[in-house]
Ligand binder design. Structure first.
Ligand SMILES: C[S@@+](CC[C@H](N)C(=O)[O-])C[C@H]1O[C@@H](n2cnc3c(N)ncnc32)[C@H](O)[C@@H]1O
Length: 257
């Protein structure tokens, strides 16, 4: 990144635990104006150089991209695969925090927000070989055709599943862009892996494991970051091998509560 600005931000006085991750907000003071932004207001956050890093990495101590790359590296070493040989699709790429750590043959970013691509072009132009602004929930056939041409053998998806971010069908479509025997590294909030989860990820991952579509190589609970009131937020990091495509009926069933 070329520049780190220190933004004038403050966190509100709230009851501990009162706000869920997607409700949490902060105040931004700029040019004499106070704005209230949610942590998930990614567009305005990405538009301000350094604000995403200041919030999530300095204040909230997000550890996930380094954790994911570390765990992926260990699994690949155990399986005698060089990360430098992989062609990686980084889904929910944001401003490139994950992409810049992946020392792979090709790294291609996809994000739903134009502001994410602009922030990445501005702050980490070296992170990706290509960056697509797309929603893989129902991808534009032209974008899908281009993505297929990259012949991915690895999918990364960090800090982007659930919570109104990437839904099950988009994740499944991204998995299906990865060749069989390819690798997956993703993280997910521990609640979304439990029964009773409403995002559908718990049912999807259960089904994929049962059907032998996913071969789990590493599953670890770790501290993703702290919450706005300083509580640890635990996620699972998963490294898996994709054995076959995800069938549409598996996605449909995962989406049904
Ligand atoms: C918390 S950020 C994570 C960014 C990056 N992976 C990181 O670790 O810093 C979540 C990203 O997911 C993106 N996102 C949300 N819904 C999406 C979707 N349906 N398809 C692609 N990206 C999506 C958001 O725009 C945002 O950039």
């Amino acid at each position: 990144m070329t520049q780190t600005l220190t933004h004038n931000i403050s966190f509100p006085l709230t009851e501990p635990g009162a706000l869920d991750q997607d409700e949490a907000f902060f105040h931004l003071f700029e040019d004499g104006v106070e704005r209230r932004l949610r942590f998930h207001d990614y567009g305005p956050i990405y538009q301000r150089p350094g604000l995403y890093e200041q919030l999530f990495y300095q204040r909230l101590q997000c550890a996930s991209p380094t954790k994911a790359v570390d765990v992926l590296g260990k699994v690949l070493t155990d399986n005698r695969v060089e990360i430098s040989s992989l062609r990686v699709l980084d889904l929910g790429a944001g401003n490139g925090m994950m992409g810049e750590l992946l020392n792979a043959a090709r790294v291609v970013g996809v994000d739903i927000l134009e502001e994410a691509k602009q922030a990445c072009d501005r702050d980490r132009p070296h992170a990706y070989d290509a960056y697509y602004v797309a929603d893989l929930t129902s991808p534009d056939p032209k974008v899908e055709a281009q993505l297929k041409m990259w012949q991915f053998d690895c999918l990364s998806c960090i800090a982007a599943l659930g919570y109104g971010d990437i839904p099950v069908p988009a994740f499944a479509n991204a998995m299906n862009l990865v060749q069989d025997q390819g690798w997956l590294v993703f993280n997910i909030k521990e609640d979304f892996m439990r029964s009773g989860d409403r995002t559908g990820f718990s049912r999807l991952i259960d089904a994929l494991m049962r059907l032998g579509v996913l071969e789990i190589h590493h599953l670890e609970r770790y501290r993703h970051r702290v919450s706005i009131d300083g509580r640890p937020l635990f996620y699972f990091v998963v490294v898996a091998r994709k054995v076959a495509d995800v069938a549409p009926d598996v996605v449909d069933r995962a989406m049904r509560p």
